[in-house]
Design a protein around this ligand. Structure first.
Ligand code: NAD
Length: 308
């Protein structure tokens, strides 16, 4: 079976590629390397250096006849979407529609889409369920929500099957220090460089940190699940504050880890945690790694990279 992973040279996409290769699928990567890197590209996948907005995408998909498409390529940061709304829309909406058209015409069996917790915005209660009102607070969140609605209409009108996965804050090896959910990556990189950590606000704000290999597994299971044509949260359903994260890092590194407090950033959400029961029921997926296990693996990989 032939699978195309867009954004397969990026953080999450490269782990998805590894999971698919391990499952003996034939994997192709389409990436323009804006934020991805050559070093992330699996030697066991075919690499196509292309942009999802390219006009000849239809011809490529018609030629290659992929069975499945897993779409990770995107403008991935909230901040950039606010600074450059046109670019965000161009990549995340026009690029998506360009790819969906190519999938429809080449009769792709199923389309798996990287959505985000950013579609919910700041909610009054927690944990957030899939059916909750969508109140994105950024163009990035809006682009993901609009993307999901396009998927639904492609299914309704043309029968293109889909699964949308709304990731919580993903962390793990190969994560850059930008993008969504980058706080763990920023902290670990700073700690290893002997630099001071900055904690915005009093450190009581919480996030739902999901390890990247669990996210890759959810994508794999979304290809074959019976319960398609809907969206699922991909999360741990556990809330962790920045202060708890610092305590975990202290016990892992066996030294006190603290941060310098700075003013809370405007638009920062105070608490975030996503329910994950639907993914268990529909995709038969649940996370396998605890936060500590994921942190250990990530730290080990960073330390090894520094020793090279
Ligand atoms: N990291 C998180 O916590 C998180 C949370 C929610 C959702 N997401 C979503 O998951 C997906 C993967 O994010 P990531 O964190 O791995 O980011 P990333 O930047 O590491 O990966 C994105 C990849 O897409 C490629 N790309 C960007 N624009 C492209 C274009 N126009 N054409 C072709 N390739 C292009 C980049 O080169 C990169 O390799 C994104 O859709 C992102 O919005 C991430």
């Amino acid at each position: 079976m032939k699978v195309l992973v867009t954004g397969g040279a990026g953080f999450i996409g490269s782990h998805i590629v590894d999971t698919l290769v391990k499952a003996n699928l034939q994997v192709y990567i389409l990436d323009n390397l804006t934020t991805g890197s050559f070093g992330n590209i699996s030697p066991e996948a075919v690499f196509l250096k292309k942009d999802i907005r390219d006009a000849d995408l239809k011809e490529l998909l018609a030629r290659e006849r992929f069975d499945y498409v897993i779409h990770q390529a995107a403008q991935t940061t909230v901040g950039k979407s606010l600074e450059e709304p046109y670019y965000d829309c161009d990549v995340n909406i026009r690029g998506l529609v360009n790819l969906l058209e190519a999938c429809r015409l080449s009769e792709v069996k199923r389309f798996v889409f990287a959505s985000s917790a950013a579609i919910y915005g700041d909610t009054a209660a927690l944990p957030i369920g899939e059916e909750w009102e969508k109140q994105p607070a950024s163009f990035y969140g809006q682009s993901k929500w609009t993307g999901e609605q396009y998927l639904n209409l492609y299914y309704q009108n043309f029968g293109l099957e889909y699964v949308a996965l709304r990731y919580a804050n993903v962390f793990g090896e190969r994560q850059g220090a930008n993008g969504e959910g980058g706080v763990i990556s920023i902290f670990l990189n700073k700690l290893l460089a002997g630099q001071e950590l900055t904690v915005y606000g009093d450190g009581s704000q919480t996030r739902d940190y999901i390890y990247v290999k669990d996210v890759a597994q959810a994508n794999y299971q979304a290809l074959f699940s019976d319960a398609a044509n809907r969206s699922y949260n991909v999360s741990t359903a556990k809330e962790t504050s920045i202060n708890e994260l610092l305590a975990l890092l202290s016990s892992m590194l066996k030294e006190p880890v603290t941060g310098r407090n700075a003013a809370m950033r405007c638009n920062d959400i105070q608490r975030s945690v996503l329910a994950n029961q639907a993914a268990y029921n529909g995709l038969k997926w649940k996370p396998s790694y605890t936060l500590s296990e994921g942190l250990e693996l990530m730290l080990h990989a960073l330390q090894q990279r520094l020793c090279k």
